[in-house]
Design a protein around this ligand. Structure first.
Ligand SMILES: *Cc1c(COP(=O)(O)O)cnc(C)c1O
Length: 379
C-alpha cells in the first residue's frame, strides 16, 4: 500500500547514519561508553537522577516489575486501553493484571477513582499509561498510591519529554518506562529507557538487565574485574552501542520534534472543529505539556468505523486504533480475571480512530487527512 499520508514516519538523517558508522568503526558494539553517554543525556533531558537503557520498553516494564518486587499473588492495577505489553509485564512476574477504566471521552487516561475501586489487600502496584503522550492525573494517582502503599510504574512509552507541574513524565512514580520503537517520538529501531529517582531501584534494574552479574563485559574489557558472581535470575535486556549512538542523535531532535507535534495537533484540532464538528477530540485541555504522540479522534456514536477506515484508506491515508482493549483479547480473557465493568473503555475503544501525526508531516498531508475525514462523514 502506497500511502500519501502514513500513520507515522521517522525523522532521521545523515547524523544518525554517521553516529552508527562511527560505532561500527570503533569495533566496540555492545554496552559501553556510548550507551553510558546516551543514558546520561536522557537523564539530563528529563532531569532523572538515574536512567538505564534497555533493549525495548516491554523488557523495561518486566525489569521495572521485578525491581519493584512485584510477584506471585500480587495484583497490579492498570488500564485496559493500552498496548498489550503493559499487561504482559504483570504476568511475566506472576502477578495478576487488574484492569481499571479510563476517565472519560475527553480524558483517555486511567481514572484515579476507578483505580480506587480496584484496590484490595493484594494490590501491590499501579501502572499508569500516559496515553498518546497526555499526562495522567499524577497528583491524584500518587495520593492514592501513598495512602495504600502502592508502587507506581509509569508506562511513558508515548511521553519522552512530557511534563506536568514542572516535573517530567516518568519521574512522578517509582519507575518510568520509555520506548524507542520505530513509531515512537524518538527511535532507535528497538530500544527503551528506565528512569527512577531511587538509587536502590536503579541498582537493581542495572543488575537484572545484564544477567544479574556483578561485573560487565565492559568492566572486564577495561581491566576492572577479572571474574564475577551471579546474584539473581537476570536477563539480557541490554541496549547495544549502535542503537545508543542513534538514540543520542534522536534525543537531540526530541524537543524540536515534540514542539512540531504540538503545533500539528493544534492545527488538526482547529481544522477538525470546523470541518468535522461531529467528531469528538479527546484531551481538550490536557494536563501539563503533552508530547502529542498520537492524534486520537472519537467517531460519532453509531458511525461505521470499518467503513470510515476503508474510506481513509481509499484516500491513501493510513489510520490506526489505540487500542483494542487488552481485557478483550482471547489470552487475557483466560488469564486476567474480570474485575468489574469498564464502560468508558468499551465506549471509547469502539469509536476511536488514530489519525496520522509525525514531525515531518506537511500542510498538504494534514489537509488531505482533514478533507478525507469530512468526506467520509458526509457520505
Ligand atoms: C510501544 C509501547 C510499548 C512497548 O514498547 P516496545 O519498546 O516496543 O517494547 C509498551 N507500552 C506502550 C503504551 C507502548 O505504546
Amino acid at each position: 500500500m502506497q500511502w500519501l499520508v502514513p500513520l507515522s514516519d521517522i525523522d532521521s538523517g545523515t547524523q544518525e547514519e554517521t553516529a552508527a558508522l562511527d560505532v561500527l568503526r570503533s569495533r566496540w558494539l555492545t554496552m559501553g561508553s556510548v550507551t553510558e553517554a546516551f543514558e546520561e543525556a536522557f537523564a539530563a533531558l528529563i532531569k532523572a537522577p538515574h536512567a538505564i537503557a534497555v533493549c525495548n520498553a516491554t523488557a523495561g516494564l518486566h525489569l521495572a516489575c521485578r525491581a519493584a518486587g512485584i510477584g506471585q499473588g500480587d495484583e497490579v492495577i492498570l488500564p485496559s486501553l493500552t498496548f498489550v505489553a503493559t499487561a504482559a509485564a504483570c504476568l511475566y512476574v506472576g502477578a495478576t493484571p487488574v484492569f481499571a477504566d479510563v476517565e472519560s471521552e475527553d480524558d483517555l487516561d486511567l481514572s484515579p477513582s476507578s483505580v480506587e475501586t480496584r484496590i484490595t489487600g493484594r494490590t501491590k502496584a499501579v501502572i499508569v499509561v500516559h496515553y498518546g503522550g497526555y499526562a495522567c492525573d499524577m497528583p491524584r494517582i500518587m495520593e492514592i498510591a501513598r495512602a495504600h502503599r502502592l508502587v507506581v510504574i509509569e508506562d511513558a512509552s508515548h511521553a519522552p519529554g512530557g511534563r506536568l507541574d514542572g516535573r517530567s513524565l516518568g519521574l512522578w512514580g517509582d519507575i518510568g518506562v520509555f520506548s524507542f520503537f520505530s513509531n515512537k517520538n524518538m527511535t532507535t529501531g528497538e530500544g527503551g529507557m528506565l528512569t527512577t529517582s531511587r538509587a536502590d531501584l536503579a541498582d537493581r534494574m542495572r543488575l537484572l538487565r545484564s544477567h544479574a552479574m556483578t561485573s560487565l563485559t565492559w568492566d572486564r574489557h577495561q581491566g576492572h574485574a577479572a571474574s564475577y558472581d551471579v546474584l539473581d535470575l537476570g536477563y539480557n535486556y541490554r541496549l547495544d552501542e549502535l542503537r545508543s549512538a542513534i538514540g543520542q542523535v534522536q534525543l537531540a531532535r526530541l524537543e524540536g520534534n515534540n514542539e512540531r507535534r504540538r503545533s500539528l495537533t493544534a492545527l488538526y484540532r482547529a481544522r477538525l472543529q470546523v470541518e468535522a464538528p461531529e467528531v469528538t477530540l479527546p484531551f481538550s485541555c490536557p494536563r501539563g505539556t503533552s508530547t502529542c504522540h498520537l492524534m486520537p479522534i472519537l467517531l460519532p456514536r453509531g458511525c461505521d468505523r470499518a467503513r470510515f477506515v476503508d474510506d481513509m484508506k481509499a484516500s491513501q491515508v493510513q489510520t490506526s486504533l489505540h487500542y483494542p482493549p487488552v481485557h478483550r483479547f482471547t489470552f487475557y480473557q483466560n488469564h486476567a480475571p474480570a474485575t468489574g465493568p469498564l464502560p468508558m473503555t468499551e465506549e471509547v475503544a469502539q469509536r476511536e480512530v488514530t489519525l496520522p501525526l509525525f514531525p515531518t508531516m506537511t500542510m498538504d498531508q494534514l489537509d488531505l487527512v482533514v478533507r478525507s475525514v469530512r468526506q467520509s462523514l458526509a457520505a
